[in-house]
Design a protein around this ligand. Structure first.
Ligand code: ZN
Length: 333
């Protein structure tokens, strides 16, 4: 069960430079250092017998909190709810005006506090709370410290995707449309285990699930690319910021941005096709299914929305090359 511990810290240290970005400084894109101390979260064995803690009443927000806990308890085994039960005891929820446009809520892992401008944002923020480890450094699949964050892009997408799944009537945040698409594709590969890893805040476990299809360096690069696009989108969302003109220009003209988007979708296509090929080699799917599922994937994601008003299409040449190499010799992976 713990075989992903073979991904040691030194593997991360071997990655020389990651183009990781953060928009911590008022929308300005900044390079952040590569993460070197991502830790595997180990949960105690007696967890499965853990009792729901006594908790305070959240007043104005009580019905949302009760609804949230109820939805999670119905859907998931108790061990997934370890962080929820730990954090709910000291959680603070307050109403606050948030300075970022189109951002109606925030969760601060360090102080275990949700700030809400609109009540509708509460379930997304409660999911952040329920997936924050006790060292306060892992929030779902995000690795988080005071001035840097890593893999926020994918984590926001998966958080919003699960919010939609758990509370289907609720509207989704437009800002995270791109992130949700990326998270959805990753989940096609990882399967139901992705929910477990998310609630256990197990980023290493997620990396492990992707290593049959890609090197660790490529995975880290991919996470960084998604972080970059997320930072750009957040800067759009916070268009009151003075840097937004620069970011807009970036999205319209920059070859750099186009390359990052292209790299991201080429990577997703590659790992999904390799995943299909593995299924085919194992006899789980037929040759016909193998070919059809490639086409279905391309059709479904042929025009992926990112940002608030931009679209991205596939790099056709890359896809053709990939299909040719995969279909040529179907028995190798
Ligand atoms: Zn969020």
């Amino acid at each position: 069960m713990d075989n992903h511990e073979t991904i040691s810290q030194s593997n991360y240290e071997s990655i020389e430079s990651l183009p990781a970005f953060s928009n911590k400084r008022k929308g300005k894109l900044m390079r952040v250092p590569k993460p070197i101390d991502i830790k595997k979260i180990t949960l105690p064995e007696e967890l499965k017998h853990v009792q729901v803690p006594e908790r305070k009443n959240f007043g104005l927000y009580e019905r949302y909190v009760a609804n949230f806990i109820n939805a999670l308890e119905l859907k998931y085994p108790k061990e997934y709810l370890f962080h929820l039960y730990q954090n709910i005891k000291s959680l603070e929820i307050k109403a606050e005006e948030i300075e970022i446009l189109r951002c109606s809520g925030t969760y601060s892992p360090r102080i275990n506090t949700i700030a809400l401008e609109e009540e509708s944002a509460i379930y997304h923020e409660l999911l952040h709370m329920a997936t924050t480890s006790s060292d306060r450094k892992h929030v779902g699949f995000e690795y988080y410290t005071l001035f840097k964050s890593f893999n926020r892009g994918l984590n926001e997408g998966y958080t919003e995707l699960l919010k939609k799944r758990l509370f289907p009537g609720k509207k989704s945040a437009e800002t995270y449309a791109f992130n949700m698409t990326v998270a959805e594709i990753i989940e096609k590969i990882v399967g139901p285990k992705m929910e477990e890893l998310f609630f256990k805040a197990d980023l290493l476990g997620l990396i492990h699930e992707l290593t049959p299809y890609s090197s660790e360096d490529e995975i880290m690069q991919f996470f960084s690319n998604v972080d970059f696009i997320n930072a750009m989108n957040m800067s759009y969302a916070g268009s009151a910021y003075p840097t937004s003109l620069f970011v807009r220009k970036c999205a319209n003209d920059s070859e750099f941005v186009k390359n990052i988007l292209s790299e991201t979708f080429n990577y997703l296509t590659k790992i999904y096709f390799l995943f299909l090929k593995k299924q085919f080699n194992m006899g789980t799917i037929t040759e016909e299914q193998f070919l059809n599922m490639q086409d279905e994937f391309l059709e479904e994601y042929s025009l992926v929305r990112y940002g608030l008003s931009y679209h991205f299409t596939y790099d056709d040449a890359y896809v053709e090359q990939l299909k040719a190499s995969l279909n040529k010799d179907k028995k190798t992976l």
